[in-house]
Every structure is written in structure tokens, then in C-alpha cells.
Design a protein around this ligand. Structure first.
Ligand SMILES: [Zn+2]
Length: 275
């Protein structure tokens, strides 16, 4: 083989790589009337929903799947006020090569959280109550995000201490160590990205709870969510941005040695000191 064709081959490969990278990206779109109607038909948006479709946005993003393949079909619906920060979260997850199985809007599952979890789907807005309760879930405000439910199960405990995993396959991830001697590393676990979500205002992580434990779940607190849905979108966006900044400034000024301790104490103080 002469050197020229070889160079051409390298050039072609380089161009292909550039093209593949150029495709990766993210954007934000409004929810069209058609999409809003579909959500109503599919039970993702109820008649007594706490917010309107005009207060929601779809974040479109690229991600790496569990085979390391770049996929450009990620979609997640969130409150408009938090959309730029959610876009930045998924951009960062891609930069960090954090694996995501899939991310489809909840109308693909007719608003059925169990079906979405079984499909290992990453999702956010779904106008539903909290599990086993009547209070609207923070998913109904578009300020809670569930990632990779299989790797990050929801765990309830019965009176005798028996653990129930959702999805059931998630029991394989009861052990939360991603790297263990003699075993393959396990990608896609939420622990890896708690800091990314916190940096963008999602200070609550269900992995910090005692019972239930909800490893897949990241959220903005309820008082802030209620305040934001009562405001016009630009004002709600400013309120959220100021909140995110307070957390970031706190972490920058953190005096404790341990980064996790700084993040935990800043999350506590920012949440405590009003929204
Ligand atoms: Zn959740």
C-alpha cells in the first residue's frame, strides 16, 4: 500500500470522527400544542395538573449508552425555569462518559412509572402522586429527575424489614460499590454524578434517604418548586439561577477538608435559608 491512500484513510477516519462529534449536542424546545394534547391523552398531564405545558420545556441531548455508543435521541421534560441547568447536567454527563440506557418522554409509557423503570428509562416530568401517597410528586412540577432505574433502584421496606426493589432487577445493585476487586466496573450508578446534579440546583438525592431509598431520584426542594410554578417563566428562571449560585458560592467557600462534607453542609444550609 502506498503512503497516499493510507493518509487518505486517516483523513477519512478523522473526518468521520469530527462528523460524529459534531452531531453530539443539546437543545431546548417548547412543548407544542400537539405534544401537550398527546400528554393529556396518555395520562402524563392530568386535568388538575399543578402547571401548564407552557411552563414546561423539552431538553434534547446526546448521551453514551451502556455499549459506549453515542446516541442523539435523549429527551427529558422539565420545568422551564430549570431547563438550562438540566441541559448543562446532561452535557456534563456526556463529557464524563456517564452511561445512560435511554431517555424517552413519559408519553411513551402512558405515564406509567413502573413501565418506565422496567425499561431502564431516564425521565423527569410526569403528573403523578408520590408513591403510596396523595401529594403531587416533584415529578409533577418537572423538578425531579430519575436516572437509570435499573442501576439505581427505588427501595421500599416492609414492616419486617424486607426490601422491595423497583424495578425488581435493581436488586443486583443493592451493593452500591461501582468498583470492586475481581469484578467488572459498573457504570451508570448515580453516586458518580451527585455533584453534577448539585452544581445545577438538584440538591436532593434519594440515595441520602433512609426509607424508602431512591437511588435514581434527584430533585429540587418542594418549597422552591411551589414558588417557581407560581411565577412567570423569566422570573422563575432568575429565582432558580440565584439559588444555584448560592450553593456554588457556599461550596467555593467551604472550609472542610472533605469535598463530600462541604457539598452536604452547603446543600443543607442553602435549603434551610429559604428560597
Ligand atoms: Zn423520582
Amino acid at each position: 500500500m502506498t503512503p497516499f491512500p493510507l493518509i487518505h484513510r486517516y483523513l477519512a477516519i478523522a473526518l468521520l470522527c469530527v462528523a460524529a462529534t459534531a452531531q453530539a449536542g443539546s437543545s431546548i424546545s417548547e412543548v407544542s400544542d400537539t405534544a401537550c394534547n398527546t400528554m393529556r391523552q396518555q395520562g402524563v398531564m392530568q386535568k388538575d395538573a399543578p402547571l401548564s405545558c407552557a411552563q414546561l420545556r423539552i431538553v434534547h441531548f446526546s448521551y453514551l449508552d451502556f455499549d459506549g455508543k453515542l446516541r442523539n435521541d435523549g429527551e427529558i421534560m422539565v420545568l422551564a425555569a430549570v431547563a438550562e441547568h438540566v441541559q448543562a447536567i446532561f452535557d456534563t454527563l456526556l463529557q464524563r462518559k456517564f452511561a445512560i440506557a435511554r431517555a424517552r418522554l413519559m408519553d411513551h409509557y402512558r405515564g406509567d412509572d413502573v413501565a418506565s423503570m422496567r425499561d431502564n428509562n431516564t425521565s423527569a416530568f410526569n403528573d403523578r402522586r408520590i408513591t403510596n401517597g396523595k401529594t403531587p410528586s416533584l415529578h409533577a412540577y418537572g423538578v425531579a429527575i430519575d436516572i437509570n432505574p435499573l442501576q439505581n433502584p427505588y427501595i421500599q421496606f416492609e414492616a419486617d424489614g424486607k426490601a422491595l426493589y423497583s424495578p425488581p432487577g435493581g436488586s443486583k445493585y443493592a451493593n452500591r460499590l461501582a468498583v470492586r476487586p475481581g469484578k467488572a466496573a459498573r457504570p451508570g450508578m448515580a453516586e458518580e454524578v451527585v455533584d453534577v446534579f448539585a452544581e445545577h440546583g438538584f440538591l436532593g438525592w434519594g440515595g441520602n434517604w433512609d426509607a424508602p431509598i431512591d437511588y435514581q431520584h434527584f430533585q429540587v426542594n418542594r418549597a422552591l418548586a411551589l414558588r417557581m410554578i407560581s411565577l412567570p417563566v423569566p422570573e422563575a428562571r432568575s429565582v432558580f439561577h440565584a439559588y444555584v449560585e448560592r450553593y456554588r458560592q457556599c461550596v467555593l467557600g467551604g472550609k472542610e477538608q472533605n469535598r463530600a462534607s462541604v457539598q452536604a453542609s452547603c446543600a443543607t444550609s442553602v435549603e434551610r435559608n429559604g428560597q
